[in-house]
Design a protein. Structure first.
Length: 186
């Protein structure tokens, strides 16, 4: 199928950053080879590939949990038919930003578990839950190598002008990592 035919039904939405197309309704440079290969596969092949992938997900029980949902907890993993392709330079910038953010969060945790200067200065408000029932400060074991943040993930979104935004942080406690390691065997 010609590329023009493949892209004919593609409707770019105004006011949003278009990952696939740049100026003049042409694929961005880092998408060009992928889109050409997709066009060469023919009209039905991408849909067939997605259907096969979804069947494999169901047959192999690849699920994720949604807690407190009336429809049940387990959901089949949802697979996007197209990958998100990023230029190497853009990924390096995202990677550096996430690493910087993780380092900051690790330092905040180190302070909260140690000197608590952020609490004392009022930069972070103290919550009642930060004290033990008798009112004393909790004591924390020292972190190996100064690492308090053992698992960290971010949720990213594109702004309308194409910049990346962090819209969520997920920092897991070490105890949970041990449970996960025990359950999965890694």
């Amino acid at each position: 199928m010609p590329l023009k035919t493949l892209l004919a039904a593609y409707a770019a939405q105004s006011g949003r950053y278009d990952e696939l197309l740049g100026a003049a309704h042409q694929p961005r440079a880092h998408w060009a080879a992928f889109v050409q290969a997709l066009a060469a596969r023919g009209a039905g092949r991408p849909a067939d590939t997605l259907a096969l992938t979804e069947r494999e997900v169901r047959e192999n029980g690849i699920t994720y949990n949604v807690y407190a949902d009336s429809r049940g907890m387990e959901r089949p993993w949802e697979v996007d038919p197209l990958p998100l392709l990023l230029p190497a330079q853009e990924w390096r910038e995202i990677e550096a930003g996430i690493a910087q953010r993780a380092e900051l969060l690790n330092r905040v945790l180190a302070d909260l578990y140690g000197e608590q200067s952020l609490l004392k200065s009022g930069a972070i408000r103290r919550r009642r839950s930060s004290a033990t029932p008798d009112g004393s400060r909790r004591r924390w074991a020292s972190a190996p190598g100064g690492v308090h943040l053992f698992q960290y993930a971010v949720d990213l979104a594109r702004s309308p002008d194409g910049r990346w935004w962090v819209v969520g942080d997920d920092a897991r406690r070490r105890r949970r990592a041990r449970v996960m390691r025990w359950k999965t065997g890694w």
